[in-house]
Design a binder for this molecule. Structure first.
Ligand code: NAD
Length: 478
């Protein structure tokens, strides 16, 4: 990182920002009932970007009521007409893509290259894909049944892919004829609020989409509201369990996309150049703030030293710094709370006897940063091998046989994703079939497509987002 110099190339587009954001309810911007606001800051320099409304229980109630009215109009529209609105949202995201990318990096700390080339186009792709489904939903359900929307959907998203997670939830809900109340994460509300502007630009009927910013209490008010028919939650396993308990017996539909501790399994015959890039992509993408990050590397013992040497060299070339610089590979950690959590877990790894390897680099004087890191000599019982670090920190372990690889990979309470790297197709397929993970990538990692269902087993949650399976989560046959 400091081994060579390069010319900084900061993104110059400045997004349209307001001093203060209200709540988007019933198609209008409104002030929060008790006039409370919270700051959203830039994690790369800790400066304030804007004030954002803090949504109370009363605000959530207003939003749910507005959504009910919106639902009545939206569900009565011809499906082909709904499709046009959803398509218009996709088009507008594309038109405003550069501004959205800057906003995402500014508010969340991720490198602009990722927001620009991944988050924003993938968000638009979800709306384009689902616009195509709106008038073909009978084909989504087997047996010729006539699927109906569910009603008002409360959608709660985390801070790691703020716009994309909103798109994953909102696009299928709207295509299926539901109305939405979206609750963005407290540290990254800005692209969800820009999405509200886009909803207004696309001229959706009032109340079909409502955006209520706030914190966990705002989310809990949405979960507990009797007027909500479905909750779709992406976030931590801890909060997911709480939501499962509080919705039990309420009749609300529920989908949970929770945490992960994915195994990335490297066999000795794997194409090694690609595998090392796959390891890097698997753990350092978005500073490791990725639920499906390949955070446990399982390497066949005979190539362990080679993989560690290559990885040591590779992380030296990753550039850490300003998220808005187009050359940056590792941006800012999303918040001080998350940085402290990463530091605490890394400390536990050292205390428990693992060996830390870190790219030597100068960290910026302000902001929340953590260098690309990995641990060797990791035991499966170490906290760094069991708990989600959600940062740029990899735990490396070894195996001798495919059976041992599978046993170690499945030795986790999570079951969201996994990777397999091997030259032989049959070995890839055999291992993939035995991994208990919702998504398994073979000779690649962190690849996504709107037509492909995503979701977990065990403590990674239930339900699927994307593809035909994802439509089922927003439809009922009643
Ligand atoms: P979090 O659970 O703290 O918060 C997620 C969202 O829930 C936020 O909007 C928050 O305000 C809200 N919330 C908090 N308490 C709540 C409550 N009691 N009731 C209702 N809502 C509440 O998670 P986070 O720290 O924002 O996100 C990181 C976590 O999200 C990681 O564990 C990560 O693995 C997970 N994640 C999972 C996926 C997936 O698809 N499986 C995708 C992205 C992130």
């Amino acid at each position: 990182m400091t081994a060579f110099t390069y010319a900084p190339a900061p993104e110059r587009v400045r997004p349209r920002l307001r001093e203060r954001y209200g709540l988007f309810i019933g198609g209008r911007w409104t002030a929060p009932e008790d006039d409370r606001f919270m700051e959203t800051i830039n994690p790369a320099d800790e400066t304030r970007i804007a004030d954002v409304a803090y949504g109370s229980t009363a605000d959530v109630d207003r939003a749910v009521r507005a959504a009910r009215k919106g639902y009545e109009r939206w569900s009565a529209l011809k499906p082909a007409d709904r499709a046009k609105y959803v398509y218009r949202i996709a088009r507008t995201i594309t038109e405003r893509s550069r501004e959205l990318a800057v906003l995402e990096s500014l508010d969340g700390g991720k490198p602009i290259r990722e927001s620009r080339d991944f988050d924003v186009p993938a968000s638009a792709a979800h709306f384009f894909y689902h616009a195509g489904w709106a008038d073909k939903l009978e084909w989504a359900i087997r047996g010729g049944a006539s699927p109906q929307p569910i009603g008002v959907c409360g959608q709660i998203v985390p801070w790691n892919f703020p716009l994309l997670m909103a798109a994953w939830k909102m696009a299928p809900a709207l295509a299926c004829g539901n109305a939405v109340v979206l609750k963005p994460a407290e540290t990254t509300p800005l692209t969800a609020l820009a999405l509200a502007e886009i909803i207004a630009q696309a001229d959706l009927p009032p109340g079909v989409v409502n955006v209520v910013t706030g914190d966990g209490a705002t989310g809990a008010a949405l979960v507990d509201h009797a007027g909500v028919d479905k909750i779709a939650f992406t976030g931590s396993t801890e909060v997911g369990k709480r939501i499962a308990r509080s919705t039990a017996g309420s009749g609300k539909r529920l989908t949970l996309e929770l945490g992960g501790k994915a195994a990335n399994v490297i066999f000795a015959d794997a194409p090694m150049d690609q595998a090392v890039e796959g390891i890097v992509q698997g753990i350092y993408f978005n500073q490791g703030h990725v639920c499906c990050a390949g955070s446990r590397l399982l390497v066949e013992e005979s190539v362990h030293d080679e993989v560690v040497d290559r990885l040591t060299n590779r992380i030296r070339t990753l550039r850490l710094g300003d998220p808005l610089d187009k050359n940056t590979d590792i941006g800012a950690i999303n918040s001080r709370v998350q940085l402290d959590k990463i530091r605490e877990l890394v400390h536990s790894g050292i205390e428990q006897g693992a060996t830390l390897v870190q790219a030597e680099c100068e960290l910026p004087a302000r902001g929340f940063f953590f260098p690309a890191s990995f641990f060797t000599n990791v035991h499966p019982s170490h906290r760094i091998a069991r708990e989600e670090i959600f940062g740029p920190v990899l735990s490396i372990m070894t195996f001798r046989t495919p059976d041992e690889a599978i046993e170690k990979a499945n030795n986790t309470p999570y079951g969201l994703s996994a990777g397999v790297w091997a030259a032989e197709g049959s070995k890839n397929m055999w291992v993939a079939q035995h991994l208990r993970a919702g998504v398994v990538w073979c000779n690649t990692f962190n690849k996504f497509d709107p037509s492909s269902p995503f979701g977990g087993y065990k403590e990674s949650g239930f339900g699927r987002e994307g593809g035909v399976h994802g439509l089922h989560e927003y439809l009922t046959l009643a």
